[in-house]
Design a protein around this ligand. Structure first.
Ligand SMILES: *Cc1c(COP(=O)(O)O)cnc(C)c1O
Length: 401
């Protein structure tokens, strides 16, 4: 399940051998993200999806400033989830016009910052309408706003449900016509809709169905809008394979659905751009997490490799970031790529908790102290989504290679 080649028995990333990357980092553990893999993913998407579909990057998947700087040249828009992320996007050179701000708890100061920056706010409550109107008046600047709709359906077979039923995200579709009227009265600059039904789906039919529903919902709501729909952000939810048996998403089927929607939009929403907002699909597979073996132990017949990294840097890979059943991410001994997997091995982190497991009884080549363990699929929800302070271990480094 790895796209990275190996040479002389070592994994290569960005044309550099793993041991050399470690020397360049000057420490383990570290994350390494491949520029070429990041570029390649976007090229594939552009080749497969209708050209009219805009690609947005949801920065919370990986907010490393250098990576965001690269993405700023590759995508059409960026979605930020806080004023802190908004700063990273602006610093990276993303045009304010192409930045949108979503999140269930936007503070007054953050909304004001968005108006000052000229960033589009995805409105998620009635309160946000009032705060934006006040900020707009105080600053003498337009408040660009779209409505984040909490839809009355959800993305089936998705890892994390973000819509349907009672949710803190967005405004219930039933309440949206009233909200739109308030936005009109408040003089906000209406730009469109944002509908995000879920995340981490590997099922093209399920994604297709959610996209169709989201589109139909937006067309229905557009009749109540205080202005022209210029942007319809359809979310995304495109997943990546993490576990044995996971099949990569069939992107061509998603493309077929989007092609139909683009055609229908000519008539229904002639001024609107259709956008997908993707996080992990753009970055997860381009990143690895690397930790060094600091001890090798046997306990009652079970082999343990104790490494210097773990849940404090890569919570998701240890199964503690929302997974229901713990399963192993793909893991390799990156300094023994030519060796035959011969030993059932558990790779554990240095933290004093049984939750700190990077690989649970996996068949791996025999490894020794000093070897480098690689966790693949680590480019999303890694460094920034982990409890770095837990147990006061050293911080990890991130490299863009
Ligand atoms: C988290 C999030 C995303 C990205 O989700 P992925 O599963 O990483 O693609 C997109 N949009 C919004 C509003 C989000 O909150």
């Amino acid at each position: 399940m790895t796209q990275f080649p190996s040479s002389h028995g070592e994994l290569m990333l960005g044309g550099v051998r793993l041991s050399i990357l470690a020397a360049r980092a000057g420490q383990t553990p570290f994350y390494a993200y491949s520029r070429s893999a990041l570029r390649q993913r976007i090229i594939e998407l552009r080749q497969t999806l209708p050209t009219k579909i805009k690609l947005h990057y949801a920065m919370k998947a990986n907010p490393m400033p250098a990576l965001v700087g690269l993405m700023a040249h590759l995508v059409d828009g960026m979605d930020v989830a806080s004023a802190g992320e908004m700063k990273v996007a602006l610093d990276a050179g993303m045009a304010p016009h192409d930045i949108s701000f979503a999140g269930p708890g936007k503070r007054d100061t953050e909304l004001r910052q968005a108006v000052a920056a000229g960033v589009l706010v995805n409105i998620e409550s009635f309160r946000e309408v009032d705060v934006l109107a006040q900020a707009s008046q105080a600053l003498g600047l337009p408040a660009r706003a779209a409505v984040r709709v909490n839809p009355d359906f959800e993305l089936k077979s998705s890892g994390m449900k973000m819509g349907g039923g009672g949710k803190p995200f967005g405004v219930d579709v039933e309440q949206v016509p009233t909200l739109l009227a308030n936005m009109g009265r408040a003089g906000l600059q209406f730009e469109g809709f944002h509908i995000y039904p879920g995340s981490q789906s590997l099922s093209a039919p399920a994604i297709g169905e959610a996209l169709e529903h989201a589109y139909a919902l937006a067309v229905r709501l557009a009749a109540h809008a205080p202005g022209t729909v210029r942007l319809l952000n359809l979310g995304g939810g495109l997943g990546v394979p993490y576990f044995p048996g996971d099949k990569p998403l069939d992107l061509t089927r998603v493309a077929d659905t989007l092609e139909r929607l683009v055609q229908r939009a000519h008539a229904d929403l002639p001024q609107a751009s259709l956008a997908l907002e993707l996080g992990r699909y753009l970055v997860a597979e381009a990143g690895i997490y690397v930790a060094r073996v600091i001890d090798r132990k046997q306990s009652r017949g079970q082999v343990y490799l104790v490494v210097d990294g773990g849940l404090h840097h890569n919570l998701a890979a240890t199964g503690n970031f929302g997974q229901v059943l713990r399963k192993n991410y793909p893991v390799a001994i990156g300094t023994r790529m030519d060796a035959t997997p011969s030993q059932v091995t558990s790779v554990v982190g240095p933290s004093c908790t049984p939750l700190d497991v990077l690989a649970d009884r996996m068949l791996l080549p025999e490894a020794q102290v000093g070897d480098l363990v690689v966790v693949f699929q680590s480019g999303a929800y890694g460094a920034s989504a982990s409890p770095h302070l837990f147990l006061a271990h050293p911080a990890c480094l991130e490299l863009l290679v």
